[in-house]
Write a protein that binds this ligand. Structure first.
Ligand SMILES: [Zn+2]
Length: 445
């Protein structure tokens, strides 16, 4: 009946998540009425079903049939109330969610299917920060604060996190591997926050994934001496954006160099002119003169605005230019691949954050703030639900078919799953997805 390998069936992935929670909380949790893992899995179910609020999820759980569906689909013994869920998840550390993310990634890795995402025999991980909460009144112990420069008064409270996701220039799906909440102690400036959280992210990453060959791709905020040093210590290769304003010394060195120190060539593919310029062993800046990086520039110019005789037929498209620093020794053979890796960075913004914010996940909704960790825990749980969906879209044939059946749009698929969930008694997650492309016969009144 099912064409998909058993490890990629939703019930199996859910059992991996449940086992991870049980290992983190200890069997039976703290022996209260609801086990800690039931509280965590209920929150996961809320995000998997894309409920827009805890209250609406509770309304669903009050209905006998739907409560039965949650129990049978997610193996939850009893669904806790919204207050209980908030109270029990507030003290949970984000490490618990990261371990569950790690266990799902480990399962996909062991299946060998994740090899299709390999980049130069490593996993290409796009690292970037995003905000998911902001308020002038609601706050908790771990909120970041934005203060007035005039009198130091608090202007707003906010939460942000740094997320690393496996990306590949030729694959649509992205797989989050680890998130690191940005905390008050990281500073008030965006740059400081991301740099400090970035170093912590690397330490946590290597603790959870000690042997994963890795290339980190990130924006210009990361191409500074201390972070490159931290990347080297963590045994990570890197492709980092380098902006002219931050790297005047490097730009002067790189653009004033002449052949044979620098290689510069142009080629045309599909009406686009590509100019590559690269140079190895360039000092990062005066302060870090001994820290040598390899520099690659790609310039792209769309030529489709020109007729065959070179005359303009439409408005001139602007030239686009990227400059990266990397530890990969650059050669005529690998610069195209390195540039593709560098450009895959946008996938974390487009395929991860934008999907979470605009494609039905409600990333910026406030599901409950708590006093300690709740805000970070719920955002992490949503990331786990996103990973669950991405694994299914990549490797589960039934879910792929369901996605195609719903015009390949996330929103329509969520809507379809939700209506099946609300109208039918469903005994497993597999049946729910199967019902999208093999719907049950419509009852006649
Ligand atoms: Zn807070």
């Amino acid at each position: 009946m099912y064409e998909t390998r058993s490890c990629f069936r939703p019930t199996h992935i859910l059992s991996v998540i449940r086992s991870s929670f049980i290992r983190s909380f200890g069997k039976g949790g703290n022996k209260k009425v609801y086990s800690q893992e039931d509280c965590a899995i209920s929150a996961f179910a809320m995000f998997h079903l894309k409920s827009p609020s805890l209250l609406q999820f509770q309304d669903v759980c009050r209905d006998k049939d739907k409560k039965g569906n949650i129990k049978s689909m997610y193996s939850v013994k009893d669904v806790p109330s919204d207050t209980t869920m908030r109270e029990r998840l507030d003290p949970v550390e984000s490490e618990v969610i990261n371990r569950a993310i790690h266990d799902v990634i480990g399962m996909a890795q062991r299946s060998q299917e994740l090899q299709d995402w390999d980049f130069l025999k490593t996993k290409l991980i796009s690292l970037d920060g995003t905000g998911f909460f902001s308020s002038s009144t609601i706050h908790c112990k771990n909120c970041c604060e934005k203060r007035s420069k005039k009198d130091g008064s608090i202007l707003c409270y906010h939460h942000e996190m740094l997320v690393g996701s496996i990306v590949n220039p030729f694959q649509k799906q992205v797989f989050p591997v680890l998130f690191e909440p940005i905390c008050k102690e990281d500073g008030e400036e965006k740059n400081d926050c991301e740099r400090n959280a970035g170093k912590r992210w690397l330490k946590h990453y290597r603790r959870l994934y000690p042997n994963m060959p890795t290339t980190i791709v990130a924006d210009g905020l990361s191409s500074n001496g201390p972070f490159i040093q931290a990347l080297k210590e963590a045994r990570c290769s890197f492709i980092l954006g380098a902006k002219e304003d931050d790297h005047k010394f490097l730009y002067d060195w790189f653009f004033s160099a002449e052949e044979p120190d620098v290689i510069d060539f142009t080629e045309e593919r599909k009406s686009v002119k590509h100019r590559y310029r690269f140079m190895n062993n360039v000092p990062l800046n005066e302060k870090n003169f001994d820290l040598k990086v390899n520099v690659l520039m790609l310039e792209e110019e769309d030529l489709s605005h020109l007729t065959k005789r070179g005359k303009e037929k439409k408005k001139l498209a602007p030239k686009r230019r990227w400059v990266w620093v990397t530890d990969y020794p650059l050669t005529l053979e690998n610069v195209r691949t390195i540039a593709q890796g560098g450009r895959a960075r946008w996938k974390i913004e487009n395929e991860t954050f934008n999907t979470l914010k605009t494609q039905g996940y409600h990333f910026e909704h406030n599901y409950g703030h708590g006093y300690k960790n709740l805000s970070n825990v719920l955002a992490g749980m949503m990331l786990l639900a996103f990973l669950f969906d991405q694994i299914l879209f990549a490797f589960n044939k039934e879910v792929k078919k369901a996605f195609e059946k719903t015009s390949s749009t996330y929103r329509y698929l969520w809507q379809k799953l939700k209506s099946l969930f609300e109208e039918w008694i469903v005994d497993s997650l597999e049946k729910l997805y199967l019902s999208v492309f093999k719907p049950p016969p419509k009852p006649v009144l």
